[in-house]
Ligand binder design. Structure first.
Ligand SMILES: Nc1ncnc2c1ncn2[C@@H]1O[C@H](COP(=O)(O)OP(=O)(O)O)[C@@H](O)[C@H]1O
Ligand SMILES: [Mg+2]
Length: 726
């Protein structure tokens, strides 16, 4: 049975037939094709001869016109060898033998097959052809053309939103570009494109796009650019200003996030229901380097696009023990948010006791509670505060690396998660599956298993993901080479994103991979399984190999950053590494050139990834590490003196790592005493105990013994310390 296809959404309208030997064209655009098209577009597939004559031969006499129509129907039969159109007064189309692209396009649309629909639409309906003496047909075609074009625009907008909800910024940008092409004067898709280019790391493209918007707006709106547009441009550009976007990771472009569309969308769906008042909690887990931070940061960008309050915090190993630390930090960030005023006065009084920002904001209205504040009361006040905020505007709480947090904090996160379903609040947590202590692991496991928590474990990237990743950095010369290289990279790295990128950087630095004029140059030996790659297979060994390429001095700086465990300014690094600021800057330059340096903010530096920090520490001499730890302890002590009392525990941790148990015990006792003042004896006891638990078995007994002597030798130290260590 012959099968016909009528193409009209194309610059070259035609009727083709599928035969065993392939496709054959039967008709080009002509009045015959117009007859077919009109009938195909009718709901019934039929039309009277009169109607057709009026549409297509309005400049002929009736008799000639009827004759011409008969002729056209005859020619259709001749050209197709088939009775596609038949009938007397009414002509009908044999629809069962013919596919019509317009009908298919609409079927795809209503079935949600959006990509298929878009692929079918190659051009506007009959836009490139004209028929002499068929004004009515032209008018009819124009009407349908406009309808279909509007349907396509809607489709592009939907696809753009969908890609945005999957974190696929450049895919979304592609849709925006098509919308712009469709209507170059419409500023809306141009603004979206600027934002999406910024998000996908193309800052130059985004700037160019922004200038183009300003130019267009000036043309239509005169000299003075409306403020709304300038604001919108600013907002769109801001999307790309995150520090990590400025680094291209050593490649011509920052690689895009790949292979996380499902996970991204799952969180966005949760967010959408949170916006409607049914909040929730999502826990993202995975081994180190699996892409938790990346996913959370990309999600943050998506969440910020809605009218909402997005608060973020990161737990880290050196500050880990402070109860509620990330949540206190987030509520302090939000101290000026209107919703916080809806918190009950008693809760505000508790928060104000701990957070000077809040005491300041509500001075006059409330009196900070007199410490100590029991843990339970603080938990209640925090819950109250976040809930009140979420009543004013939807809130997202992003807490990273919860495995470093104290058990009390993890338990609080669980409580918050159970509360979230009744408020416009999404809590997004990330954690490594294995926390440091067994106790924490069980708290984390409970959290992950909780009904109130949607758990997402990040899978490794597969070869298709890595092929995609390659193509977001530079053009891949041909698909086969790209997939071969991707498959090898996955084999070599188990698909862990951190190692995938480090391997690519190593190949790139070693000159084995290059980018020329925007295209990857992939030599045969990289795609040939028989030739082994000259890089270590184990992830940490691969990192070690990367570090071997830099000099001692730069490695020591990296070790200093790793010891500090948080972001640091040049001055702070100089103090820890005992170097001049000039020398530090030079070393940081080396690290940046090798893409081993993170830039959390304009003024601060950090290791690019904590795993790299750990490897760096193992690479320098233990004597140097001990010295760095001592200096870090000194720096933390001076900070503790300046105010943040919990820095005492940080100092104590560094001192313990330096092997100085006496100093560690003294600092920890000072920290515990500070907490006792603030939160009472029980909190201090718990804090001290959980801090001790995070120490390695090698140093803990020593520190405990020293704590006992500290307590005994001092008249002021409280007896309860003995109950912790004794
Ligand atoms: N899905 C991904 N696509 C592209 N790059 C990724 C992806 N996931 C992670 N990366 C990159 O891999 C590195 C390590 O990821 P990161 O998010 O820091 O891991 P984690 O937080 O789980 O330790 C980062 O450079 C990050 O940008
Ligand atoms: Mg991380």
């Amino acid at each position: 049975m012959a099968r016909f296809f009528l193409h009209t959404l194309t610059p070259r309208p035609r009727l083709v037939v599928q035969t065993a030997s392939g496709e054959r064209e039967c008709l080009r655009f002509s009045k015959q094709l117009a007859v077919l098209t009109y009938l195909a577009a009718r709901p019934t597939g039929a039309g009277t001869r009169e109607e057709l004559v009026g549409l297509l031969w309005d400049d002929s006499g009736l008799r000639d016109a009827r004759q011409a129509l008969r002729q056209a129907v005859y020619q259709i039969r001749q050209n197709t060898d088939h009775e596609l159109v038949a009938g007397e007064a009414v002509l009908s189309l044999r629809r069962e033998d013919l596919d019509f692209d317009v009908t298919l396009f609409r079927e795809h649309l209503s079935a949600g097959r959006l990509e298929e629909a878009l692929a079918l639409y190659q051009g506007d309906f009959l836009a490139t052809v004209g028929l002499a003496g068929a004004r009515e047909f032209e008018q009819w075609a124009e009407g349908l053309r406009q309808q279909l074009a509007a349907e396509r625009r809607q489709l592009l907008r939907t696809l753009m939103a969908k890609a945005t909800d999957q974190g696929q910024w450049s895919e979304a940008a592609r849709c925006a570009r098509e919308l712009i092409e469709e209507d170059p004067r419409d500023l809306e898709p141009r603004l979206r494109l600027v934002e999406l280019m910024a998000l996908s790391g193309d800052l130059i493209g985004a700037q160019v796009g922004a200038d183009e918007i300003r130019r267009l707006a000036a043309q239509t709106q005169g000299e003075r650019l409306p403020e709304a547009i300038e604001t919108a441009i600013g907002r769109a550009l801001a999307a790309g200003r995150a520090p990590e976007r400025r680094q291209s990771a050593g490649f011509p472009r920052h690689p895009e996030m790949v292979g996380r569309a499902t996970e991204f969308r799952r969180v966005v769906e949760r967010w959408k229901s949170a916006l409607e008042g049914r909040g929730g909690c999502v826990l993202i887990s995975g081994e180190t380097g699996s892409g938790k931070t990346r996913l959370v940061r990309e999600l943050e960008r998506r969440l910020r696009r809605d009218r909402s309050l997005v608060l973020t915090s990161v737990c880290n190993p050196v500050e880990g023990t402070q109860p509620f630390a990330p949540f206190l930090e987030m509520i302090a960030q939000a101290h000026a948010v209107p919703g916080l005023g809806g918190t009950s006065p008693s809760s505000l009084e508790i928060l104000a006791a701990l957070l000077p920002e809040i005491a300041q904001q509500f001075r006059g209205a409330i009196r900070p509670r007199q410490p100590p504040i029991p843990t339970e009361a603080l938990a209640g006040a925090l819950l109250d505060g976040f809930t009140a905020m979420a009543e004013e505007v939807p809130v997202a709480l992003l807490v990273e690396d919860l495995h470093w947090a104290s058990p009390v904090t993890i338990a609080f996160a669980h409580k918050m998660a159970r509360r979230a379903d009744r408020v416009a609040l999404l809590m997004l947590l990330s954690a490594q599956d294995v926390a440091r202590s067994a106790e924490k692991t069980s708290w984390l496991r409970d959290l992950a298993a909780s009904e109130a928590v949607d758990s997402i474990a990040l899978p490794p990237l597969d070869a298709a993901d890595v092929a995609h990743l390659l193509s977001t950095i530079a053009r891949v010369p041909d698909e086969r080479t790209g997939s071969l290289l991707a498959a090898r990279v996955v084999q070599h790295t188990a698909g862990v994103p951190l190692y995938v990128l480090e391997l690519l950087k190593a190949l790139y630095d070693g000159g084995q991979l290059a980018v020329k004029e925007g295209t990857w140059v992939i030599p045969d030996q990289l795609t040939d399984d028989r030739i082994p790659l000259s890089f270590a297979r184990s992830g940490p060994n691969l990192l070690r190999q990367r570090l071997e390429a830099i000099d001692q001095g730069a490695r020591a700086l990296l070790a200093a950053l790793a010891v500090w465990g948080r972001e640091a300014t040049v001055q702070e690094i100089a103090q820890i590494a005992e170097l001049s600021e000039g020398a530090v800057r030079e070393g940081l330059d080396v690290l940046a050139r090798r893409r081993l340096l993170g830039r959390p903010s304009e003024r601060t530096y950090a290791v690019l990834h904590e795993q790299m920090g750990e490897v760096a520490l193992a690479e320098v001499s233990p004597v140097l590490v001990a010295a760095l730890c001592r200096n870090a302890a000194t720096l933390a002590e001076s900070r503790a003196h300046a105010g943040p009392l919990l820095e005492w525990f940080v100092a104590a941790r560094h001192a313990a790592a330096a092997g100085d148990a006496a100093r560690a015990a003294l600092d920890a006792a000072r920290g515990a005493a500070a907490i006792e003042v603030r939160s009472g004896e029980q909190a201090a006891r718990e804090e001290l105990r959980s801090w001790l638990d995070t120490l390695s078995d090698l140093v803990r007994p020593d520190v405990e013994a020293r704590l006992r002597t500290v307590v005994e030798g001092s008249t002021s130290a409280t007896g309860w310390v003995k109950t912790v260590v004794g």
